[in-house]
Design a protein around this ligand. Structure first.
Ligand code: SF4
Length: 532
């Protein structure tokens, strides 16, 4: 039977095509190339964007950035794999003009440029805004955990250290007792049945370990930290799902609801409890207005954070967790007590009034509360349904109760909108973690991990923008984009200049335009100046 035959390996090729001919016109590498060429890498702060004329020239940061964007888009993340691909991958050969940086150069670029990588991401978000891909009305904020380069074994808290020290002490006692018994046997002229030298070696090893744990204990006390990771010192053991703990980073992201496009990310090593206000403030700054609603799950439900959002005029829909303290009978739960703002009192289900002495009490350091009580509890017939406390029922009202109540009302009035939270934010997280398999970090240290996360989100934005705009649309959009910070003065343009730009567009001279939705969008420097 005949089979399809390849070319003989020894065949000499007389007329070969160029790399340019081998890469199709609609190949995504051309989009990466166009985008990076239009980024102002020096302004973003990339290392070697400007270099001294002496010595061996470094690689241009644009080439290394192109390599990483291509790599993350194609699930190639490690510097060694990227180095290998540079030598055998036709698309990369075209993209990098056949440059073949070594893995150290590649790895150092990612390590050294986390802030500059964030600027690239921010510029992509700016492009999305200009293309009207960002609605700016609803933003879902959530965190996802990426496993760190630190095993659970190399993460310690005081309890774990205590357990290890107790185990070592027990073992040391066992060995010392065994040696004592062997000594007595020897004194009696009997065979000790024990290799004393081996036992002494084990004792020395245990003492060395004990010293290590003591050092860690000292470090915990001196730094005031609750846990220490010894491989990646910035990583923390956090709850990933219910009772499952992993040593990881918590990546916070804000995702715009219009096309599920992330507009911000931040690498943290804490849980979600105190992340809301900061992420909401950053979203406000990125969107340039406060007229959006932030959707969050119950992990973010912290009174002080919700209150800060309201102070910034940001509306919140944070899921309300179930009550932490329940009355013996649910009919006497706190939500059955009616607050009267005029008299600053509560009315209980029995119709009695609970008063405060007006004092504020610190509650765990991050907020204050007032206490409300009534003497009527003493003779209340339903007391057993209401409380188990000896002195009767006491209601605690936080200084942030009004903000919490406002959020609760907003949730009740916007249930359909809140239900969209998961699908908005799970879109990027699901793609990044499940589809691409990026559920762990390669870098160590929060700053470096942030750079890596930036590359992941840049790759995600590219993918999403391509699926929304189409290959041609994205290519056109990028060709019309000039990166850099938008200045107010950029928006002011002389009518004659505007006219010239229009004429140029008609003559197809200018590349500073985008055709989308039956409109040409004309850009000058950084600002959209016209539409027709
Ligand atoms: S126990 Fe006190 S607070 Fe509770 S219902 Fe009776 S009077 Fe009201």
């Amino acid at each position: 039977m005949d089979y399809i035959q390849g070319k003989p390996r020894t065949q000499i090729v007389l007329i070969d095509s160029s790399l340019e001919e081998k890469i199709e016109q609609d190949n995504p590498v051309r989009i990466i190339d166009e985008f990076v060429n239009r980024c102002n890498l020096e302004e973003f702060g990339f290392t070697h964007a400007r270099h001294a004329s002496e010595g061996r020239p470094p690689y241009h940061p644009g080439d290394l950035l192109k390599l990483f964007i291509y790599g993350y888009l194609n699930r190639i993340r490690t510097s060694r794999l990227l180095e290998r691909e540079c030598k055998r991958n036709l698309e990369l050969m075209w993209l990098l003009n056949e440059l073949t940086p070594d893995h150290n150069t590649i790895a150092n670029f990612r390590k050294d440029n986390p802030k500059a990588i964030k600027q690239v991401f921010r510029n992509m978000v700016t492009l999305c805004k200009r293309l009207d891909l960002i609605g700016g009305k609803v933003v879902a904020i959530d965190g996802t955990k990426l496993r760190a380069q630190n095993s659970k074994k190399n993460n310690f808290n005081q309890k774990k250290i205590d357990d290890h020290l107790a185990y070592i002490e027990n073992k040391l006692h066992e060995y010392l007792d065994a040696i004592d018994v062997a000594d007595i046997a020897e004194d009696l002229g009997l065979d000790p049945e024990l290799d004393k030298e081996k036992i002494k070696e084990k004792i020395a090893k245990l003492n060395a370990k004990k010293l290590q744990y003591k050092k860690l204990e000292k470090q915990l006390i001196e730094t005031g930290q609750e846990q220490i990771s010894t491989t990646d010192t910035d990583s923390k053991k956090l709850a990933v799902r219910q009772n499952i703990l992993e040593v990881c980073y918590n990546i916070q992201a804000s995702v715009d609801a219009k096309h599920n496009l992330p507009i911000d990310y931040k690498t943290t090593n804490n849980n979600d409890t105190h992340a809301l206000a900061n992420m909401a403030a950053r979203a406000k700054s990125i969107l340039g207005h406060d007229g959006f609603t932030a959707l969050l799950d119950k992990g973010y439900h912290t009174g002080s954070e919700i209150s800060r959002c309201h102070e910034m005029n940001i509306e919140t829909l944070v899921a309300v967790p179930s009550l932490s303290t329940q009355a013996p009978d649910p009919a006497y739960n706190i939500d059955q007590f009616i607050y009267n703002a005029n008299t600053n009192t509560y009315q209980c289900p029995q119709g009695n009034i609970l008063y405060t002495n007006g004092s504020w009490y610190d509650k765990g350091g991050d907020h204050k509360i007032r206490q409300y009580k009534t003497k009527a509890c003493k003779h209340c017939p339903d007391r057993d349904h209401c409380t188990k406390a000896k002195n009767g029922r006491m209601i605690e009202r936080s200084e942030f109760t009004e903000a919490v109540q406002r959020n609760k009302n907003a949730i009740e009035n916007n249930r359909e909108l809140y239900k969209k939270r998961q699908e908005i934010v799970e879109h990027p997280f699901g793609t990044i973690k499940r589809q691409w398999g990026f559920d762990y970090t390669l870098m160590k240290g929060k700053k470096k991990v942030d750079g890596e996360v930036g590359l992941i989100f840049i790759a995600y934005l590219f993918t999403r923008m391509r699926s929304i705009l189409g290959k041609d649309g994205l290519f056109e959009a990028i060709r019309g984009f000039i990166s850099g910070r938008l200045k107010r003065s950029d928006a002011v343009i002389h009518p004659k200049t505007l006219l010239r730009l229009f004429v140029e567009q008609f003559l197809k001279i200018s590349q500073n335009s985008i055709y989308r939705g039956n409109n040409y969008y004309i850009y000058c420097t950084n600002a959209m100046v016209g539409r027709f």
